[in-house]
Design a protein around this ligand. Structure first.
Ligand code: GRG
Length: 274
């Protein structure tokens, strides 16, 4: 990625790698499952918070980013399971169920999800400002059965058969946790209602650009499998144009802020080749 991102990534990973300290096999499974991610949602939450508040993030804000990253990692473990996407590889190595078996993978996902809420509750208990409670609730809603899980249900049941329902599925499945990052950061920064709404839109635009870029990269493979994607209903070139348009919409919001980091991150995401 870019230098500044690598610095943030290292800073985050200093506390996040080997996060589960108990010396037992299950903690090893948890630590294996959370290794090697880009930490996109966590870093987006931290940098959006800094962009709005113009302050460095505290341990409280860091805990929110960790909780969000744990939820993301649980969703990947479960998404890779044989009953879902049935993937053998993730982050360049074997998926959790391939390494440790399906039962342990289900339980590892459950444990990460539960621990995320444990952490959010502990954090909110030690600083129970209304903003913190709203931020925690926002993460729960975006990850839950009206957010990411709803998107996953539509995907698994192959219910999205036109462009409107594809957009709605992406809005929930992919954008859910990205909106959770930008919008909960706005709550944490005590932002105005206008900024909170703007951060919700920003997360949606970034999430859509990110997902359409993923479809563009997986185009050949998805075509063979007749997968329901944005490209299937809009065509390759038009999907590419829309991805650029979503990026521009995100940039229009970011222009109002001192936001070089997020602007560069966005450009890196849409120009990625894997
Ligand atoms: C199982 C409830 C449940 C939900 C799964 C997996 C998922 C929801 C959503 C991801 C949607 C998706 C396939 C998006 C495409 C982009 C992509 C490759 C997402 C993976 O996120 P990254 O790239 O992962 O941020 P890392 O490994 O960097 O953490």
């Amino acid at each position: 990625m870019f230098d500044q991102y690598n610095i943030e990534l290292e800073k985050f990973n200093e506390k996040f790698v080997n996060y589960f300290k108990d010396k037992n096999t299950f903690s090893e499974i948890l630590n294996y499952s959370i290794e090697k991610g880009k930490r996109l949602r966590a870093i987006l939450l931290l940098k959006t918070y800094e962009m709005i508040s113009k302050k460095n993030y505290s341990d409280t804000i860091f805990n929110f980013a960790v909780a969000l990253e744990l939820i993301h990692n649980y969703s990947l473990i479960h998404d890779d399971l044989p009953s879902m996407d049935n993937d053998d590889y993730r982050r360049g190595r074997m998926t959790t169920h391939k390494c440790f078996g399906e039962s342990m993978a289900i339980l590892a996902g459950d444990a990460l999800l539960n621990y995320a809420y444990e952490l959010l509750l502990k954090t909110v208990l030690s600083d129970n400002s209304e903003n913190n409670i709203k931020a925690a609730l926002n993460i729960a809603e975006n990850a839950g059965y009206t957010g990411m899980i709803l998107g996953q249900i539509v995907d698994v049941n192959e219910e999205a058969n036109d462009i409107e329902s594809i957009i709605s599925m992406y809005k929930n499945k992919t954008c859910g946790l990205i909106v959770a990052a930008t919008k909960s950061a706005a709550f944490l920064a005590n932002a105005s209602e206008e900024i909170i709404n703007e951060m919700e839109k920003l997360g949606f635009y970034i999430g859509m650009a990110f997902q359409i870029q993923d479809d563009l990269l997986d185009y050949e493979n998805d075509k063979v499998n007749d997968k329901n994607t944005y490209i299937k209903y809009k065509g390759y070139e038009s999907a590419k144009e829309d991805m650029i348009q979503y990026t521009k919409s995100a940039e229009e919001i970011l222009c109002k802020y001192d936001s070089d980091f997020i602007k560069t991150l966005l450009l890196k995401l849409i120009n990625r080749v894997y």
